[in-house]
Design a protein around this ligand. Structure first.
Ligand code: ZN
Length: 330
């Protein structure tokens, strides 16, 4: 979020305090996978540093202001741990000054500091008013054709109904590091956000049919990640992937958390019931791809955009599973 680092609190008591349980567990499962945790000296330094921040609780409500656990992993970037860190009732993202208490009158429209002008602004407003999704220019800029295409995804029946119930997915950032031809987008669970390419990622701002098709598939895929986190337990993910595509999880896999590193390991077996090659990357990607493919089929998006997922690639069992999840989310 490019916020300045909060003032470190040099409280000797912070260095002795018990770390939050979730963080202890995450360090335990990730310590062999993340370089700064692997090295004991670096790990100690990191802990010493984050201890100056992760116990700060400005408004004394028992919830720390900052966390070093981001998207289920120990992180070197602190993330605001409260959706409204200064306690003024306005969510951090919508607040022009999220870290300092100040008087603001909240309006139902787009806050001044986030307003995008021109035609893109019209779609920004529609996304916000109709679906409570805020398009935010970050390091890149949203544009009209792109936002209109994204709007068409939220308009799809299953997405609209699910989004109405769950507020997990709220922000769409335009990031400069994304290019539609390569890594098109990312989902950021802790931030309840997705990031996509903006103007800088495309040659021009009139999207052709192929680009629209790819963008719709990408947004559906990222929504699949959000859907998984909101609606599926780690046990259910493990069972479904094992049963439906023969995923080769180790039998000892503890299923207490969807963030377990095993859920981020690629499939190494020889089954070929995957909807795409990318779906073999890890169980999260398998679900996101499968979810996107099922919505594509259900909503006949082939006709509206272009064929994206090979027809019939999802087994009947998988279709039934996704359909029942969608029905339960409405
Ligand atoms: Zn993904």
């Amino acid at each position: 979020m490019a916020a300045p680092l909060p003032h470190a609190v040099h409280n000797p008591d912070f260095q002795k305090r018990q770390l939050p349980n979730e963080l202890v567990q995450a360090i335990e499962v990730w310590k062999d996978k993340i370089p700064f945790l692997k090295n004991e000296k670096q790990r100690e330094l990191w802990l010493k540093c984050i201890r100056n921040y992760i116990f700060i609780d400005t408004n004394h409500d028992g919830v720390a202001d900052w966390t070093a656990l981001v998207d289920g992993r120990p992180s070197r970037i602190l993330f605001p741990n409260k959706p409204n860190i200064n306690g003024d009732g306005i969510p951090n993202v919508l607040d022009p000054n999220p870290y300092v208490a100040h008087k603001v009158t909240q309006t139902s429209g787009i806050p001044e500091h986030l307003k995008i002008g021109g035609k893109a602004g019209v779609w920004q407003e529609k996304l916000w008013l109709d679906y409570k999704v805020m398009a935010v220019n970050h390091t890149d800029k949203h544009f009209a054709d792109e936002l209109e295409t994204i709007y068409s995804v939220f308009k799809l029946d299953p997405i609209r109904k699910w989004k109405k119930r769950d507020q997990i997915f709220n922000v769409i950032y335009a990031f400069r590091s994304h290019f539609p031809k390569a890594e098109a987008a990312a989902f950021h669970p802790t931030a309840q956000a997705m990031s996509l390419a903006g103007k800088a990622g495309y040659e021009n701002t009139e999207l052709n049919e192929k680009q629209k098709c790819k963008l719709v598939a990408t947004v559906l895929h990222e929504l699949g990640h959000a859907f998984l986190i909101e609606n599926i337990s780690s046990q259910e993910l493990k069972d479904a992937a094992t049963k439906l595509v023969g995923w080769d999880f180790p039998s000892w896999l503890p299923t207490s958390s969807i963030w377990n590193p095993t859920f981020f390991e690629s499939y190494s077996g020889h089954q070929n019931s995957f909807v795409s090659n990318y779906a073999k990357s890890n169980a999260h990607e398998w679900f996101a791809e499968t979810f996107a493919a099922r919505i594509w089929e259900k909503e006949s998006l082939d006709k509206q955009y272009c064929p994206m997922f090979p027809g019939g690639a999802i087994s009947l069992g998988t279709q039934g599973w996704i359909d029942s999840l969608i029905a339960a989310s409405e």
